[in-house]
Design a binder for this molecule. Sequence first.
Ligand code: KIV
Ligand code: ZN
Length: 506
Amino acid sequence: MDKPFFYDITLRDGNQSLKKPWQLSEKQFIFEKLKELNVQAVEVGFPASSHMDFQSCSALADMAWDNLVVSALARTVQKDIDSAIDSIGHAKIPRIHTFLTLSPFHMKYVLNKEPHYCAKKAIEAVEYAYSSVKKINKNAQVQFSVEHFGDCIENLDFVIGTLKKIVKAGASVINLPNTVERTRPKTFINMIEKVKESLPDDVIISLHNHNDLGMATATTVEGYFAGAIQLECCLNGLGERAGNTDFAQVAVALHNNGVEVPVNLDKIYETAMIISQMSNVSIYEKAPLVGPEALAHRSGIHQDGAIKTKDMEFGAYRPIHPSLIGRGNDEKIEFTSQSGKTAIFEIINNAGYPITINEAICLTPVVKEVSEVKGELSVDEILEIYFREIFDIKGAFELVSFKHLAGDKFKLDFKFKDELKEVEGSGNGPLDACLDALKNAGFPRKLSHYKQYALDEDKMGSGATAMSVIKLVGKNGEEIIGRATDKNTAKANVKAIFNALNQVYK
Ligand code: KIV
Ligand code: ZN
């Protein structure tokens, strides 16, 4: 099967639907982006529509890179065809794209013309375009579009008969637009197949699907497998009404289905952002691939799968690795009442704070309860709960003061079940001395781990700059993790020990 041929219509069909169509400089910028994407053809505009359009078509034709087909639209009238030739005929590979409807409804109610009149007009226009453009550029091509091809089911034999003559008249590309999407993809594909098998093999069949029912990508992708090699797509799915077929969706869907796609997929995300800004058409939250929510996971089951397959090319709950389209690895794990322990663990870890999976399990019902009322929680809101639940554990122990006496001696005042204890301890540093003092008070504990973190930001609003994480060995050899923050590093250590003790002595 031949490689897909990406024919971009952002600067024509996309532009004509904008509230503020682009100026030449903007079109030139977008043309450069299309070059970076490596599209095979660009429809640069409709030169007969205005002097400005004519000028920009001509300027863009000057910028064409090697092997790029530069196409311009023309109705089946000589003045339009002349204008298209005058504006882009000098391109390396110019293509005159002329179109006319052959749909029974449209011919009758919009054009008020007989089918044979329309067929003759189309054939003559192609003959004229072919002979005129070939005189000035031997590389030139002619494309004919059956506007409203999707509405031609009842006169398909007539359309095919006309297309055979159009091909003989010089059209090497036959575009079959679903100008208004009304039918199911399968019905449309059957029509495409019928045209494809009726025309000579070397005729390129092209698809141009509008997205009125939201199935344009599906129809285009399936149409390619039915033999339509040229795919007319628009960046960000811009275009009249609900838009044209989305370029990124088609390219990625084909890629995911084993097709060698001749475009630079890694430019897709950046280009989508630029086009959204330049067109003033925002990318909706749930937009496939490029939408802000396209990689967000909120349910516990999805979050678990997403995290387990995070760095893999094939993800449990995503169609691509974001890097395929040049998107940062922004698979988002957001916490709502539908989320679970994995999300808590991930969010707190990503925020730079230590947490064990057991602690995440303990925090989950607390965070869920808050989320049931508030909805999605921000990282800060989750951290607030984390600090409250994990750092501020109330129990039998209460630290009153911890003071350096002299040399390696410290004084520890604390309450145990409201009874004040004043003890001294000594050791190799404050942590050691505190444990010694506790031993002297009848609470011997062994330290198995100690780590201190510098805090950039004080999430608790207490001015803390240090966080201590310690592990005490429990009576049965189990580990008890204690955490605390403070402005003073020695105090943070002592508070962490009390935090651990309060988990044992409630
Ligand atoms: O949608 C359409 O039918 C068109 C044609 C001009 C190709 O845009
Ligand atoms: Zn269109």
